[in-house]
Design a protein around this ligand. Structure first.
Ligand code: ADP
Ligand code: TYD
Length: 209
């Protein structure tokens, strides 16, 4: 991707600590003087946040798996146009809590094998990958208990239970192998500060001066 800034995504199963680590990394980079945009998916722009409410709240069965791929991709397109691309063009560091790898896993795996369709739509409508993807790897039982302890209204995928989280973990590790040039995998089952130090190290080598 051609831009002056740095595009970092965080990926991993629900409750693995992505949001915590994304926030800590943003604080750290700001303290070093970088201009940072901390954002998330689904969401990250007003239109995409509206789509977030549609896909993460209410009766999950009102969307088919393929409709869901379109909704997540529509949200991503808006987020890319209005938030991510302008920030990267301005030389900022963009830290995104989930990006297209989440669609590859959740929509690509959770209700049959739709990965090829996810990839085709991504290529057609998004066509952008992060410069660096931090995979926070985590034992699914631990991740699920952390995620459920939060008690939010957005429980769309947490409800699928531990079996799906196991498949997601395996899938994310396989993605990290497939896209080894942009992925770094970090053990999330440790103290928050220990994980944060590893994240900082992984990012420091790729920072613009
Ligand atoms: P995610 O964004 O991956 O779903 P969060 O960052 O929201 O995960 O973390 C889920 C919950 O677990 C939060 O309550 C958070 O405070 C807690 N948490 C995050 N990282 C750790 C950690 N390394 N050890 C213990 N608890 C953690
Ligand atoms: P998020 O708020 O990151 O959840 P968590 O903090 O529990 O990890 O994401 C909300 C849910 O949306 C999460 O269960 C994963 C799902 N999701 C998809 O299914 N497809 C996608 O493309 C994205 C970005 C998220």
């Amino acid at each position: 991707m051609n831009h002056a800034g740095l595009f970092i995504s965080f990926e991993g199963i629900d409750g693995s600590g992505k949001s915590t680590q994304a926030r800590l990394l943003a604080d750290h980079l700001r303290s070093l003087g970088h201009d940072v945009v901390l954002t998330r998916e689904p969401g990250g722009s007003p239109g995409a946040e509206e789509i977030r409410a549609l896909v993460l709240q209410g009766d999950p069965d009102r969307w088919s798996a393929r409709t869901e791929i379109l909704l997540f991709t529509a949200a991503r397109r808006d987020h890319l146009e209005r938030t991510i691309q302008p920030a990267l063009d301005a030389g900022k560091v963009v830290i995104c809590d989930r990006f297209a790898d989440s669609t590859r896993m959740y929509q690509g795996l959770s209700r049959g094998d739709l990965r090829a369709e996810v990839d085709k739509l991504h290529q057609l409508m998004i066509g952008v990958e992060p410069d660096l993807t931090v995979l926070i790897d985590m034992d699914p039982a631990q991740g699920l208990s952390r995620a459920l302890a939060r008690q939010t209204v957005e429980e769309r995928f947490e409800d699928f239970g531990e079996g799906l989280q196991q498949a997601m973990r395996k899938g994310f590790l396989a993605l990290a192998d497939d896209f080894a040039e942009r992925f770094v995998t970090i053990d999330g089952g440790r103290a928050i500060e220990t994980v944060a130090t590893d994240v900082q190290q992984a990012v420091s080598a790729r920072l613009p001066c």
